[in-house]
Write a protein that binds this ligand. Structure first.
Ligand code: NAP
Length: 320
C-alpha cells in the first residue's frame, strides 16, 4: 500500500510517499481502508520534532481518518468488515491507504457524513466538545467568543455552541473565513486581522463582556482576551505557539480564569462521552464538518505548509 513516511524530523519536505506492506490486524485490532485523512496543526509540530509527543522514526502521521473496515482481528466485537468508521488515533498512522487501529479507536460514521467530513471529526470536534462541555462547563444562554472560528476546531465549536443555546461570536481573518463562520451559525463575526476589532466585540455584548473565550492563538490574544471577559468569565486556551505577557489583575477584577488542556490527556470516561455526544450531533445534523480543501495523499507536504498559513476555510483532508 501507499503511505506517507517520516524518516527524519524536519520541514514539510520530509513527508515522503512510499510503498510499504499492508498491515494485518492482530487480536483486538481493526484494519481500515482509508478514504480520507484529516490534517491537523499538531501533525506539523510532530513532524518538525518540536512537539511534546515525539514518535519513534520512521512513522506515518495522522490520527484522524474515515473509511471502511477491511478486516478485523480476533475478539473484535464493535465493528464488522464493510462498516463505515472514523478513527480517533491509530496504531500505524492515518496518512496511508490502510491503517491499523485498536478496536476502541474506531467509531461508527453516521450515514449522512461523507468520508472527507469523517476525517475532520476526531481532533477538531473532540477538542471543541472538551473545551465547551468539560473545560468551560458552558451553559445555554451564555456568550462564547470562538477566537479563530474559520478553521477545523473553530468551525466545530461554532456549530456545537450554537446547538447548545449559547450566543456565538466568532472571528476570522479573511472574507471567505468570515462568510464560513456566519454560515455555520455564529450570531456575530469579526475580522481578527483588523485593528480595534476587540472593541467591536465588547460593543456587541453592550460592554458586559464574554462568558467564555475559546482561544486558538493564545500567544497573540491571551492578554486582550482577559479584558473581554464578563464577571466569572473563563478563557479556554486551545491553541498556542509562543509566549505572552498578561496582567493577572484582569483576572482578579473579573473573578475570571484561564484554563488550558491537550486532547492527549483526556480520561477514558471523557473520551467515551465525547464520542457519544459527537455521533449524536453528526446524526441529528447539528454537527456538519466543513471540508475546505481535498488534496491527494502525495501532496501531504503541501497540506502541512497550507495548514499553518492564514485563510483557513474548515479542514484540509488528504485522499489516498
Ligand atoms: P486551523 O484549521 O489551521 O485554524 C486556525 C485558526 O486560527 C483559523 O480560524 C485562523 O483564522 C485562526 N487565527 C489565525 N490568526 C489568528 C489570530 N490572530 N487570532 C485568532 N485566531 C487566529 O487549526 P485548528 O485545527 O482549528 O486548530 C487551532 C489551534 O488549536 C492550533 O494551534 C492547534 O494546534 C490547536 N489545537 C489544540 C488542541 C488541544 O488539544 N489543545 C487540539 C486541536 C487543536 P484565519 O485563517 O481566518 O486567519
Amino acid at each position: 500500500m501507499k503511505s506517507i513516511l517520516v524518516r527524519e524530523f524536519g520541514g514539510p519536505e520530509v513527508l515522503k510517499l512510499e510503498e510499504v506492506p499492508t498491515p494485518r490486524p492482530a487480536a483486538g485490532q481493526v484494519l481500515v481502508r482509508i478514504h480520507a485523512a484529516g490534517v491537523n496543526p499538531y501533525d506539523t509540530y510532530m513532524r518538525a520534532g518540536t512537539y511534546s509527543v515525539k514518535p519513534a522514526l520512521p512513522y506515518t502521521p495522522g490520527s484522524d481518518a474515515a473509511g471502511v473496515v477491511e478486516a478485523i482481528g480476533d475478539g473484535v466485537k464493535r465493528v464488522r468488515p464493510s462498516d463505515r468508521v472514523y478513527t480517533a488515533k491509530t496504531v500505524t498512522g492515518a496518512y496511508a491507504e490502510y491503517a491499523l487501529a485498536l478496536e476502541e479507536q474506531v467509531h461508527s460514521l453516521p450515514g449522512k457524513i461523507n468520508f472527507g467530513q469523517g476525517a475532520g471529526v476526531w481532533v477538531p470536534y473532540g477538542t471543541a466538545y472538551h473545551a465547551l462541555h468539560h473545560s468551560a462547563e458552558a451553559r445555554a444562554s451564555e456568550t462564547v467568543l470562538v477566537h479563530g472560528a474559520s478553521g477545523g476546531v473553530g468551525s466545530a465549536a461554532v456549530q456545537m455552541a450554537r446547538a447548545m443555546g449559547l450566543t456565538v461570536l466568532g472571528t476570522a481573518g479573511t472574507q471567505k473565513g468570515i462568510d464560513l463562520v456566519k454560515r455555520e451559525g455564529a450570531h456575530h463575526v469579526f475580522d481578527h486581522s483588523k485593528p480595534g476589532y476587540q472593541e467591536e466585540i465588547l460593543k456587541a455584548t453592550r460592554g458586559r463582556g464574554m462568558d467564555i473565550v475559546l482561544e486558538m492563538l493564545a500567544n497573540v490574544n491571551l492578554a486582550t482576551d482577559l479584558k473581554l471577559l464578563a464577571t466569572n468569565g473563563r478563557v479556554i486556551v486551545i491553541g498556542n505557539r509562543g509566549e505572552i505577557t498578561i496582567n493577572p489583575r484582569d483576572l482578579m477584577l473579573r473573578r475570571a480564569s484561564a484554563r488550558g488542556f491537550t486532547l492527549w490527556a483526556i480520561t477514558p470516561a471523557e473520551e467515551a462521552e465525547i464520542h457519544a455526544g459527537l455521533i449524536a450531533g453528526l446524526e441529528n445534523g447539528t454537527l456538519r464538518p466543513v471540508v475546505g480543501k481535498e488534496l491527494p495523499l502525495a501532496e501531504a507536504a503541501r497540506a502541512h505548509k497550507e495548514i499553518l498559513e492564514a485563510g483557513a476555510t474548515g479542514k484540509i483532508v488528504l485522499l489516498p
